[in-house]
Design a protein around this ligand. Structure first.
Ligand code: CA
Length: 278
């Protein structure tokens, strides 16, 4: 028994040493890769439950990149990004999501919260739209990331607004916009143009100008004046590209890209507060 016990002990030590070696070897061999893999994971989670959202489609239209989140909501950006560009996420029963990202996104992991659809929201365009004339400076805000060809200087979108939302306030929400070369965008360092600037893109509801978009960014909200909304009818949103103000020989529209345009309704009790900020 004693001998058997000793043998057992030696055997156990041998196994222990072996497993230490094996595990050490694994850590050393795979360590760097594992860490890098972990570091490059981005994650999609549900805004309300904070749980991972699997099988969400992630796209970067400018590079043609597309991927799906895995069972843990993880995805990787295996693509080259040179400047700022738009990333979009689509998943059934969630609001279309977009955000402006830059080179850092490919090596700095980030978490994206997506929000369940609201029955009152109207998605009017989820695709990336390039508005302008395809004639732009390489120094323009995000010019390097323009890929789609321009649909022309004007984008028109029609959508139906039900009387069910009459007691709520409607907003036009622009998910992401890049390429605006206004004086303000230049002042904020959003482009590298030093010699010229452009007038801002303008926004119309049913033919009446309601706003100008002076800077690039995500989730810009424009209040739709109630007196201009046609309830239980089709309404039209028009976005017109701005013009290069230093080009007098011909009209040079300021090329921009927009992703993810929607109409969102918020309860009326917020009106006074939100309205006061405008
Ligand atoms: Ca242009």
């Amino acid at each position: 028994m004693k001998n058997f016990g000793m043998k057992n002990l030696l055997f156990s030590i041998l196994i222990m040493l072996l497993s230490i070696n094996i595990s050490n070897a694994t850590i050393i061999e795979g360590g760097i890769n594992t860490n890098e893999r972990v570091k490059s994971f981005c994650t999609v989670i549900d805004k309300t439950t904070k749980k991972p959202v699997p099988n969400a489609r992630i796209t970067i239209p400018s590079t043609g990149y597309s991927a799906y989140s895995d069972i843990n909501g993880h995805f990787e950006l295996k693509t080259q990004i040179s400047g700022q560009t738009i990333l979009s996420i689509h998943k059934n029963n969630y609001k279309p999501f977009s955000m402006t990202i830059n080179r850092n996104a490919t090596y700095k992991p980030f978490t994206v919260e997506i929000e369940g659809t609201n029955p009152f929201d109207i998605s009017i365009e989820t695709k990336l739209c390039h508005i302008g004339d395809n004639n732009f400076s390489n120094f323009s805000a995000n010019a390097g990331q323009f890929q789609s060809s321009a649909i022309g200087p004007v984008l028109n979108k029609s959508f139906f607004i039900s009387t069910n939302v009459k007691n709520k306030q409607q907003y036009l929400v622009i998910g992401s916009i890049i390429g605006i070369d206004t004086a303000l965008a230049r002042g904020l360092g959003q482009n590298n143009i030093t010699t010229t600037f452009a007038s801002p893109p303008s926004v119309y509801l049913n033919g009446v100008k309601i706003a100008e978009i002076k800077i690039n960014g995500d989730n810009q909200k424009i209040r739709l004046p109630k007196e201009l909304i046609k309830y239980n009818q089709n309404n039209t949103i028009t976005i017109k590209a701005g013009k290069n103000l230093m080009q007098t020989a011909y009209i040079d529209y300021d090329d921009i890209e927009i992703a993810n345009i929607s109409i969102q309704s918020v309860p009326s009790q917020n009106n006074a507060y939100i309205g006061a900020k405008y």
